[in-house]
Design a protein around this ligand. Structure first.
Ligand code: DGJ
Length: 544
């Protein structure tokens, strides 16, 4: 993670002009990097802010033949990034013999479709298990020790306390990063996910010889300090949380070593994702190793992970929470000054019984200044079948934001972006921009709602009105809306009347704004009304 150079920081603090990064001498050779400034973060890709608007393919879809079928959906949604697994079992079929054919094909396809990649290293851990390790690891239980339960039973998770396991994974991941350094000068790959939902299912920690040996030792100083405790044994320091905290230290140390070795070859931004423990998300699931993988980068272990794993840039939540309030609670938990918000997996393409309105989450994430957002399971977007309203709403949201993704990233990193998202019972939201307010109401209508609280008792309908409003200058705004009405007003205390000076509809081509028509008359006299197909407006406001 690095800080912006001072000069760029000044530019960001100033009034934003669209295309402000267009003049930066960005080049395709420039290594993508994560930059943090004033509590905000962005990925810099080709020298300019980049916001991952993406999707993840299904687990067994990182294969060239399969992937070919998925690109049309990515194109339809205007995704700028695809998250694709790299399988250790495929990449190193025999110890020390690496086969990069699949990776190379995936890179070639992504380039052909002008989409960037986040590669997911399915190595030692995949969803709390070891199912993606090569056969030569699976078959050699002596050379590559498994975790053992308290009762001494071996499970299908590699021990994070055994040096041979770390050594094998680190060697393979380093080989992958070295290969990328050699074949990906244009940085089609913008970020790496190291492992997948790490930690163990089946035991809270390793009770085998390697684990026991380390558990006997004192808690390392950095963990003691991160936890704000006094030195002692794991049990003395952490009491009933000793096993899980030990597991977190063991897994974080392991993945940090894998990450650091990979970065030595090619220093792309790297993150870990996690299977949530958050009681906010799932109030009933709380047993580490049973209900969620123990030792993974869950919220309760964030301090340990941050202290032990400095090579990892972001701890990222996979959010499969079909409840808007809880969803936002998880985002809040994982968005700290030291941890940019990245949602590498979100529910959406797979319906949850009784849930709806998945299209909201992308806009919430963008409003919170996320550096990236991806829905899981792009394979499920079957363009050759009729798409239901849920799917259409999600596609439309991605399409609209994807149509100006680079500008959005610049504005977001400058802190100029806010979003307003519809919820049942809420008829109106206000976004404050200094002396101006953008009043967003739902659904589109001639008149503003009589009350900000919806009087409709109907909670069955899909509620997905959304708006993104970004301040471009002192009296100029970019507005992207779907299924809502936007009206500009002065600040509550100004006492002035507001007029629309100009409302331009248009689109971006790269960083260039292409106006296509002016809205006026019926299109502006009753508020700016956006239908189910989103539009992009540049609005100049004034007062008299
Ligand atoms: C979370 C995992 O990280 C993904 O690989 C996939 O298994 C999804 N769950 C399935 O919902």
């Amino acid at each position: 993670m690095e800080r912006l150079v001072r000069g760029m920081g000044w530019a960001v603090r100033g009034v934003v002009a669209l295309g402000m990064f267009a003049g930066v001498a960005g080049s395709a050779q420039e290594l993508p990097r994560l930059v943090q400034e004033q509590g905000r973060a962005t990925l810099m890709v080709d020298g300019k802010p980049y916001l991952v608007l993406g999707a993840q393919v299904d687990n067994s879809s990182g294969w060239p033949e399969r992937l070919k079928q998925i690109w049309p959906a990515a194109e339809r949604m205007r995704l700028n990034t695809l998250e694709v697994p790299v399988y250790w079992e495929q990449m190193e079929p025999e110890r020390g013999r690496f086969d990069f054919k699949v990776v190379d094909d995936v890179l070639a396809q992504a380039r052909e479709h002008k989409v960037r990649l986040v590669l997911l290293w399915f190595g030692t851990w995949k969803n709390g298990k070891m199912h993606y390790v090569p056969q030569w690891v699976k078959q050699d239980v002596v050379g590559y020790p498994r975790m053992r339960t308290k009762e001494g039973k071996a499970i299908d998770v590699l021990s994070p306390n055994a040096a041979a396991n770390l050594d094998a994974d680190r060697t393979a991941f380093s080989a992958l990063m070295k290969h990328l350094r050699e074949v990906d000068a244009q940085h089609t790959v913008v970020m790496m996910q190291v492992e997948n939902e790490s930690g163990s299912l089946g035991s809270v920690r390793d009770f085998g010889p390697a684990g026991q040996q380390e558990f006997k030792g004192p808690v390392p100083a950095e963990v003691v300090q991160a936890a704000g405790k006094s030195a002692g044994s794991w049990t003395q320091v952490f009491g009933e949380d000793a096993d899980e905290t030990f597991a977190a230290w063991s897994v974080a140390r392991y993945i940090n070593a894998v990450t650091a070795a990979g970065k030595k070859e090619l220093a792309l931004p790297m993150y870990v994702n996690n299977w949530l423990k958050s009681p906010r998300a799932y109030p009933v699931t709380t047993i580490p190793g049973e209900d969620y993988p123990s030792g993974g980068p869950t919220i309760n272990m964030m301090a340990v992970w941050k202290a032990v794993a400095p090579a990892i840039d972001v701890l990222a939540p996979d959010i499969y929470v079909p409840n808007s309030e809880r969803y936002r609670g998880v985002m809040k938990d994982f968005h700290t000054a030291a941890n940019p918000l990245l949602i590498p997996e979100s529910l959406g393409f797979e319906p949850f019984p009784g849930a709806s309105g998945y299209a909201r989450y992308l806009f919430y994430a963008v409003g919170d200044g996320a550096i990236g957002f991806a829905n899981f399971g792009l394979d499920r977007v079957h363009l050759d079948e009729p798409l239901n309203a849920e799917m259409m709403a999600q596609i439309e949201g991605f399409r609209l934001l994807g149509s100006f993704d680079r500008e959005l990233a610049v504005l977001s990193f400058a802190g100029k972006v806010q979003t307003a998202v519809e919820e049942n019972g809420i008829a109106q939201r206000e976004l404050a921009f200094g002396t101006w307010r953008a009043v967003v109401s739902y659904p589109p209508a001639y008149d503003p709602p009589a009350s900000p609280v919806s009087t409709s008792s109907d909670t069955t309908q899909l509620r997905v009105g959304r708006a993104m409003v970004a301040q471009l200058g002192s009296d100029e705004f970019l507005v992207a809306g779907i299924d809502c009405r936007v009206q500009f007003a002065g600040s509550i205390h100004s006492g002035k009347q507001v007029q629309l000076l100009q409302v331009e509809e248009g689109r971006y081509e790269g960083t260039r704004w292409i106006p296509t028509r002016l809205w006026n008359g019926d299109e502006t006299d009753y508020g700016l009304n956006f239908g189910g197909k989103g539009s992009l407006l540049r609005v100049k406001v004034g007062s008299y």
